[in-house]
Write a protein that binds this ligand. Structure first.
Ligand code: TXA
Ligand code: MG
Length: 334
């Protein structure tokens, strides 16, 4: 049985964290809240412990993990090169929802980085994650606390539902703020390369370090991206279809057909559009607030037994890049 310990999300007490710390230090698995999503943590320098993460998630060994640390100094200590771009980005966005990929030091086990010569590093801002890292005094490898290819958890209940019985302890710090996974930037090459969009946008990064290339644009020319960039990812159990508010008749036809076939249909919209016969979940028309609620909404639709969820396409505006990326990966091509 997995134990769930409630913690004060703003100021967790040492007593609330002590079991988690003990478990992590002796090589166990603890799920904890970060500001993005819940992470499944293990001692990053303990190979056996890290193998436990891959086993619990059912994650293939070629997909490397993010190592969470208390501050930029601790990050620098795990990298063999710390360029000026790292210093600037860390200074501007840490603690926060940004992950930096840097050449790794040899004491970072290969199992963490999937054999890559680089390591992904992040200093989380969530008070529970920060306090846990400080109290455990070890770096924590932590992917999102979900089974491989499934939806990331933004609440402790999501973790319990997906990984219950496979983790030693879950720290319940309530719902997460950001709601989608951190922005990932590769700093091992000549210019910063955006591997995964998130709430820290490309524009914000460029204000600090100048031009940032986007992995999706350079694929085919660069050998770098790859590891975690599996196409189908972040998926709910329900089939997810993106629809365009400007092509409503098609979406409505689809709904009619599915309902006639006896299927349960849900919808997520952000504009005032309506789809007859479906009670849509309306998310805020701002990317930050939409992101905060997206995964919880998808988890709920799964719980309600939806077979199909129609999701209104989000604006092409760069502020929506992170959300658009997650929706595209979660959706089934049609
Ligand atoms: O917000 C987050 O980043 C959450 C919380 C828990 O911190 N973590 C998370 O981890 O989303 P995960 O494992 O689900 O995603 C890690 C991403 C993957 O796309 C992986 O391929 C990439 O980071 N990554 C890790 N190490 C890398 C490396 N050395 N080079 C390139 N990409 C790497
Ligand atoms: Mg993940």
């Amino acid at each position: 049985m997995t134990r769930i310990v409630r913690v004060d999300p703003r100021a967790p007490s040492p007593e609330q964290l002590q079991d988690a710390v003990r478990i992590l230090r002796r090589g166990g698995l603890v799920a904890f809240p970060t500001e993005t999503v819940y992470g499944l943590g293990a001692h990053a320098l303990d190979e056996e412990a890290v193998r436990g993460i891959f086993a619990a998630k059912g994650r293939p060994a070629f997909n490397p993990l993010i190592v969470h640390v208390t501050d930029a100094d601790a990050a620098r200590a795990l990298s063999s090169r710390w360029p000026a771009t790292a210093e600037r980005l860390a200074g501007s966005f840490w603690p926060g929802p940004l992950t930096l990929v840097l050449p790794k030091r040899s004491d970072v086990p290969d199992v963490v980085t999937a054999g890559l010569p680089s390591v992904a590093l992040r200093v989380p801002a969530h008070p529970v994650a920060a306090a846990l890292l400080a109290a455990a005094a070890i770096p924590l490898a932590a992917p999102s606390a979900n089974r491989y290819t499934e939806l990331s958890p933004t609440r402790a209940e999501h973790v319990a539902r997906g990984l219950g019985g496979r983790v030693d302890l879950i720290l319940d710090g309530g719902p997460t703020e950001v709601g989608i996974e951190s922005t990932v930037v590769d700093l091992t090459g000549d210019a910063p390369l955006l591997l995964r969009p998130g709430s820290v946008t490309r524009e914000e990064l460029e204000e600090v370090v100048g031009p940032v290339a986007v992995a999706a644009d350079v694929q085919g020319t660069a050998p770098r991206p790859g590891p975690g960039m599996v196409e189908r990812h972040y998926s709910p159990r329900a089939r997810l279809l993106l629809f365009d508010a400007h092509a409503l008749p098609r979406a409505r036809e689809r709904v009619e057909r599915e309902l006639a076939a006896g299927r349960t249909v849900g919808a997520i919209v952000w504009s005032p559009v309506a789809l007859e016969g479906v009670e849509a979940d309306r998310l805020p028309a701002s990317p930050g607030e939409y992101a905060r609620r997206l995964y919880a909404t998808l988890h709920d639709l799964d719980e309600r037994g939806c077979d199909l969820v129609l999701v209104e396409r989000v604006p092409l505006d760069p502020g929506w890049d992170g959300v658009r990326d997650r929706l595209r990966r979660a959706a089934h091509p049609e």
